[in-house]
Write a protein that binds this ligand. Structure first.
Ligand SMILES: NC(=O)c1ccc[n+]([C@@H]2O[C@H](COP(=O)([O-])OP(=O)(O)OC[C@H]3O[C@@H](n4cnc5c(N)ncnc54)[C@H](OP(=O)(O)O)[C@@H]3O)[C@@H](O)[C@H]2O)c1
Length: 127
């Protein structure tokens, strides 16, 4: 009984280890995402800012959707510097206050009108 339990435990730990390892390798791969566009809300701090830098490093067009123009523009400069991107037209700030339906509608209409490419990724990193 104890032996069967231990064998089961070892198999479970091995399966979890293999799953985590294969998932991590996918996340850390240095894939080139040029031609793709990502919208990131809450991109001026925390998780959103870190993701914006990672996507910019992979040559994605990055739309930083933030409610403060000052923090959004500051984040844009930070992303460009951290990702070592000089094509600053591909990392853009757009105003979006998620607590206002009017702002959400404006953001959506503006994005549909001005984005030449189909959006591929949307990341919500705001409260
Ligand atoms: N950090 C973690 O380890 C972790 C783990 C799991 C899940 N999460 C989730 O990930 C999300 C972000 O976490 P975080 O740690 O990165 O938080 P954070 O640093 O506080 O960032 C929150 C972001 O949301 C923005 N935001 C808040 N209200 C907004 C609104 N009405 N319109 C537009 N943007 C708004 C903030 O903008 P302002 O600067 O203008 O306030 C800020 O950029 C949260 O939902 C959290 O629950 C975080």
């Amino acid at each position: 009984m104890l032996v069967e339990f231990l064998v089961g435990l070892v198999l479970l730990v091995t399966a979890v280890h293999l799953y985590v390892k294969s998932t991590w390798s996918r996340v850390t791969e240095n894939v080139n995402l040029s031609g793709k566009t990502v919208i990131i809300t809450g991109a001026n701090s925390g998780v959103g800012q870190a993701l914006a830098i990672e996507f910019a490093r992979r040559n994605t067009r990055v739309i930083l959707a933030c409610r403060s123009a000052i923090r959004g523009e500051g984040a844009r400069q930070n992303v460009l510097a951290e990702a070592d991107r000089d094509d600053d037209g591909e990392v853009v700030f757009r105003h979006l206050d998620l607590s206002s339906l009017e702002s959400v509608r404006k953001f959506a209409a503006n994005t549909l009108e001005t984005e030449p490419r189909y959006l591929k990724i949307y990341l919500s990193c705001s409260w």
